[in-house]
Design a protein around this ligand. Structure first.
Ligand code: DQA
Length: 169
């Protein structure tokens, strides 16, 4: 009888490829989460979010690496390094969402699936936040659920990188 692969170390055929890998990138000012405009972004710290992402990743069979920078160039560098090393990128580019052609270009260049994440629902906020430079190159966007946006995005990422995973795995 055929066996169903349920081990996160095996995917798409018979070759063991190691655990699925997600790179989570947090843009500028997200290091201040917890104290930054808590009425908009909540009181959870970035450290808490990263810890929960890694815990949830372990549950889902995804090795999660997190990275935060306030610098546009540093974020571009980190995206470039992900080529061949990550299976999916989750990114909350912060204010660079609305302005950065460089981050968009880097994401296109590495060719990995992208999930765009925001804590706040940017459409309930100022007009300048309604434009995203990466919305049309992302597989999908999750916003408005506070820290849970990241956790939902990780679950969504798992669907992208392993679409035929058996339910409950
Ligand atoms: C944000 C929304 C952006 O408009 C803002 O500049 C941020 C955070 C969010 O997660 O809701 O820094 O990306």
């Amino acid at each position: 009888m055929a066996t169903t692969k349920t081990d996160a170390s095996e995917r798409d055929g018979d070759t063991p490829l190691g655990p699925l890998k997600a790179l989570v990138i947090h843009g500028p000012n997200l290091n201040l989460l917890g104290t930054r405009e808590p009425e908009i972004y909540g009181t959870v710290t970035l450290k808490d979010i990263d810890r929960e992402l890694k815990r949830l990743g372990a549950e889902l069979g995804i090795a999660v690496t997190t990275y935060q920078s306030n610098g546009e160039g540093a974020i571009v560098d980190r995206i470039q390094q992900a080529r061949g090393r990550a299976d999916v990128i989750l990114i909350n580019p912060g204010a660079y969402t609305h302005t950065s052609v460089a981050i968009r270009d880097a994401l296109v260049a590495v060719g990995l699936p992208v999930v765009e994440v925001h804590l706040s629902n940017v459409y309930r906020r100022e007009r300048f936040r309604h434009r995203s430079m990466i919305a049309d190159i992302a597989v999908g966007r999750i916003m408005g659920f506070g820290a849970a946006s990241y956790y939902l995005a990780l679950r969504a990422a798992r669907e992208i990188i392993r679409p035929r995973a058996p339910a409950g795995n």
